[in-house]
Design a protein around this ligand. Structure first.
Ligand SMILES: Nc1ncnc2c1ncn2[C@@H]1O[C@H](COP(=O)(O)OP(=O)(O)OP(=O)(O)O)[C@@H](O)[C@H]1O
Length: 320
């Protein structure tokens, strides 16, 4: 199947300054694809190029099989867009604003606006300028979702939403995916979207550090492990855990389990698959084993810094 979005060698210069340095990625139809990056990484610039709000300086883009510069209103109608900065200062009510957008990008199924607003707990009869930041964001989300577009392009959709609404938002994108729609969204932090995203691209200073499934990120991330062995044999516990592929920072100490019996505790971090550890532990008696969920945020931050270290000095100079 052709990708819903295909970007090759995309670059963008503002004045003389290049802010996207030839990025490549593609988004499979019916998937949820997240772009994660710190402030100024180029997330909004990428999205604006996809929607032909701005024009690239180089590279090619295909959105739903079309070049965005040639797709016109017909292509635009097939996309739901939530911009990063919503300016809604009119005295018009949310309902009237949505009616206006529905006339442009509709048709919108009867009851759709009401049902989305109810789920997001949005009062449609308030004047837009009186809405709080979060409620403006909800209005933007209803606008993007209401015509059930083939592709949703959502720039920091969870910004301003409280945790309950973030959860509702995740439910909405999962349903969109079940419905065959494609979701392309951005965020500063992976934790906000990791439960829903199929694939993520990590963007830093206009370059893609990696494109990976959340499962692969999880597999390659570091987890913390704690094992309790019965007895006093510190050296035995050390020998058992040492040399297991991926195991690092091993610390072994004598502890007690609250009663009188002696317990040896081994703590370590493990990178990659936990299978070799489990296999090694199956050879002996174990009282308890705790393998923590990997901290993906930590893994992503590590990627930002390792890509910074591997940047050549000339490239760093170029980016200044
Ligand atoms: N209109 C513009 N003129 C000049 N430079 C711009 C313009 N828009 C963005 N930039 C620069 O392009 C780079 C990428 O900005 P962009 O808004 O795409 O990043 P972002 O990843 O969306 O950041 P944030 O998370 O802060 O929204 C930044 O260095 C920014 O200063």
């Amino acid at each position: 199947m052709d990708p819903a979005i295909k970007v090759a060698g995309l670059s963008k210069k503002y004045g003389g300054k290049e802010v996207l340095h030839g990025i490549d990625f593609s988004v499979q139809p019916g998937s949820i694809f997240g772009v994660i990056g710190p402030n100024g990484a180029g997330k909004t610039t990428t999205m604006r190029c996809l929607l032909d709000i701005i024009r690239p300086s180089g590279g090619t883009i295909e959105v739903l099989g079309k070049n965005p510069t040639q797709g016109g209103p017909e292509l635009r109608r097939r996309i739901g867009y939530l911009p990063g900065e919503l300016i809604l200062e009119s005295r018009t009510t949310g309902r009237r604003i949505l009616e206006h957008f529905a006339a442009i990008s509709g048709p919108v199924k009867p009851g759709m606006v009401e049902s989305l607003s109810e789920r997001l707990d949005l009062d449609l009869d308030n004047q837009a300028r009186r809405l709080s930041k979060g409620n403006k964001q909800k209005l933007g989300l209803v606008q993007a979702f209401m015509h059930e577009p083939e592709l949703l392009v959502l720039d920091e959709p969870t910004s301003g939403l409280d945790p309950l609404m973030q959860r509702e938002f995740l439910a909405l994108i999962r349903e969109a995916k079940d419905n065959g729609q494609t979701v392309f969204l951005s965020s500063h932090v992976l934790s906000e979207i990791q439960q829903a995203a199929d694939e993520v691209a990590i963007l830093r200073e206009g370059s893609i550090v990696t494109v990976s499934t959340v499962d692969n990120l999880r597999e390659s991330a570091v987890r913390h492990v704690r094992v309790l062995f019965p007895g006093h044999d510190l050296q035995g516990a050390r020998d058992l855990c040492a040399g297991i592929p991926g195991v690092r920072d091993l610390e072994v100490r004598q502890v007690h389990d609250g009663n009188v019996s002696a317990v040896v505790e081994a703590r370590a971090s493990i990178e990659g698959s936990v299978e070799p550890l489990i296999f090694r532990l199956s050879r002996t008696r174990v009282i308890d084993l705790v393998i923590e969920e990997p901290d993906l945020e930590e893994a992503v931050l590590k990627m930002y810094s390792s890509s910074r270290e591997t940047d050549s000095p000339s490239r760093r100079k170029e980016q200044k």
